[in-house]
Design a protein around this ligand. Sequence first.
Ligand SMILES: [Zn+2]
Length: 280
Amino acid sequence: MKNLIRLFLFALILNALLSATLAQGTSYRHRPAPAAATTIAFKQFDDPYSEFRNASYSNAGLLNERDEIKLGTQLHREVTKKFNLTDVGLDRVDRLGQRCARASRRPNLTYKFHVIQSREINGFSLPGGHIYVTTALLKLANDNELASVLSHEVGHVVARHSLKTLKKSKEYDDIATSLGDLTGVAGGVARDLGVALGQMIGAGFLTVHSRDEEREADFLGVRAMPAAGFDPQGMVTMFQKLGRIEEEDSDLLGSLFSDHPDAQERIENTRYEIARMRRR
Ligand SMILES: [Zn+2]
């Protein structure tokens, strides 16, 4: 139990560090126009996704898939305690989401889509294929736009981003051992693990990603959209809507969108990839 408390403190500190880094990062939005123009011009000649094109994905070196799914079940239980889940819009999210999942580079995992009742526009994913979007996001997005968010979140699951974050924590071994010992949702092991994981959810430890991870999820997301039967242009118009809201009423943007890379950069990167897909 002491280890779990240490884990929580570690998660809090890491989260504070991450928030500070992200806060610095978001100030790019207000850079002067000439600097932005230079960056944009440079980007046109530069493949924003070069480092991801030959990536391969597996659980090697991370929690195995069985334990990842167990972890996801435990984390989801904590999410249900912290957020109001609803059936409103769930059919639509599941229908579109399953198409994105099947077209992804991890099609054999069982994905579970969930809707959170909230006026914040937000979406996130957890290990084991749990993906969440808010009712406010559902209202804002048409089907192609919603699919772009779901496909992006599936991308985080494909690339095992949360598992990689977990692996870097020094209490990883304790959690891995607990998951190995875990046979059901009842009992002391589940209870202690639940407390630690609940605090991780609260601190955003597993749902806040680096900018490179966001770029990778965008890449995996937009690549899967045509195969899933969606217009990848929906990702561009989604970012445009988010960018507009960020300017008008940024309080409506959940931390996950406000912490994501600059909307304009994401629009340019997405357009680059759509043009590239059309050439092939
Ligand atoms: Zn993301």
